[in-house]
Write a protein that binds this ligand. Structure first.
Ligand SMILES: Cc1ncc(COP(=O)(O)O)c(C=O)c1O
Length: 360
């Protein structure tokens, strides 16, 4: 890490960037730690994935999926790069974008973008958003001469949805602006037909790369499918860093299926239902003593401040519940937990147990 000004400097202990929620589940625990939706796969998705298994002797052909995804976002196919999940996208960015002078990662956020940058020997600078400001972005906090900026929207783990205009204001010639929209499909706003703050269709912003994932809403974490959207020249540089045939034929079939208008409409309906479940979870949590839900959560999880959260998390595990620790995210600490939004019955059972632990 380079020497940093006080406003952007991580302090004290270095969090474990390689820790992920999947390490916290298992042992029969109810999983509120991983933000992948668990629901039966619809036939329109399962059928093409299954059919692709009959085609595995052939090498994958990404062209139909690329065209389908491009169509979904109103872009030409050259502005789409299919990847083995969003995670591969971060690695391609880190490996292909050599010679960056001042890469900046806005935290708290998913830790893989920084981990990938570090693994590729970039000197990463952090901008830490302030809990007292509900982790809202002040674009002025990002150094003017940052030539690579990585930010999540909505952000994991804060569940904050930054306004599209604030993110757009970060784009400029001479800078690559990476917006991780892995959870954009979980966001909804009343009266807004599409994703309320997505930049996925913006072709006018210089240096913009949007990272998308299909693994969350569609429960495809094991299949590995996502994509990058951005300028064709920039994506060609990233594609040159990608192994041949990185995305399998079943994953390509899923990408095509998820790009259809019916799939997008289904996503919108899921996001609207999720909003109601999220409000329920937020209300239940906020009613508990000492528990504060951060900001206005906008995604499939909520971030919670709770003094002694690390100990509470252990007690929850003893009672059969897994939630995501907060201390491995730069800018958080041991008093934070992330809780996945589930159906109301699960939320009620969880918050009942949590209430009992807090009263004990
Ligand atoms: C914010 C964020 N971006 C990207 C990813 C990676 O997603 P994928 O499964 O598509 O690699 C995750 C996974 O947890 C995430 O939380």
């Amino acid at each position: 890490m380079r020497a940093q000004p006080a406003s952007t400097t991580p302090t004290r202990d270095e969090p474990d960037l390689g820790h992920h929620g999947d390490a916290e589940v298992g042992d029969g625990l109810v999983d509120l730690a991983v933000n992948v939706r668990r629901a039966p796969m619809p036939d329109w998705l399962a059928d093409p994935i299954t059919a692709a298994l009959g085609d595995l002797a052939a090498y994958p052909d990404p062209r139909p999926a690329r065209a389908a995804v491009a169509g979904r976002h109103g872009r030409p196919p050259e502005e789409v790069l299919l990847t083995a999940g969003a995670a591969e996208g971060f690695v391609l960015l880190a490996r292909a974008l050599t010679g960056m002078r001042r890469p900046v990662v806005v935290h708290p956020q998913f830790t893989e973008p920084e981990a990938a940058l570090r693994a590729a020997r970039h000197e990463v600078e952090r901008v830490l958003l302030d809990p007292a400001e509900d982790f809202r972005l002040d674009p002025a906090r990002v150094p003017d001469d940052a030539d690579l900026v990585m930010i999540g929207n909505p952000t994991n783990p804060t569940s904050v949805l930054h306004p599209a205009a604030d993110l757009a204001a970060l784009a400029r010639p001479g800078r690559v602006l990476v917006v991780d929209e892995a959870f954009a499909d979980t966001t909804a706003a009343p009266g807004v037909p599409g994703e309320p703050a997505s930049l996925a269709a913006r072709r006018d912003l210089p240096g913009l790369v949007v990272v998308r994932s299909l693994t969350k809403t569609w429960g495809l974490a094991g299949l590995r499918i996502g994509y990058l959207l951005g300028d064709a020249g920039l994506l060609a540089r990233l594609a040159a860093a990608q192994p041949l045939w990185a995305v399998s034929t079943p994953a390509l079939a899923a990408a095509t299926a998820c790009a259809s208008p019916a799939a997008v409409a289904a996503e919108r309906a899921i996001a609207a239902a999720l909003a109601a479940d999220r409000d329920h979870l937020s209300a239940r949590l906020s009613a508990l003593p000492g528990v504060r839900v951060a900001g206005r959560p906008a995604s499939a999880f909520v971030l919670v401040h709770l003094p002694g959260a690390a100990e509470v998390r252990q007690r929850l595990r003893q009672c059969g519940w897994a939630v995501r620790r907060g201390d491995t995210f730069p800018g958080l600490g041991p008093d934070w937990l992330r809780v996945a939004v589930r159906d109301r019955a699960t939320t009620d059972a969880f918050t009942q147990i949590l209430a009992e632990i807090l009263e004990a």
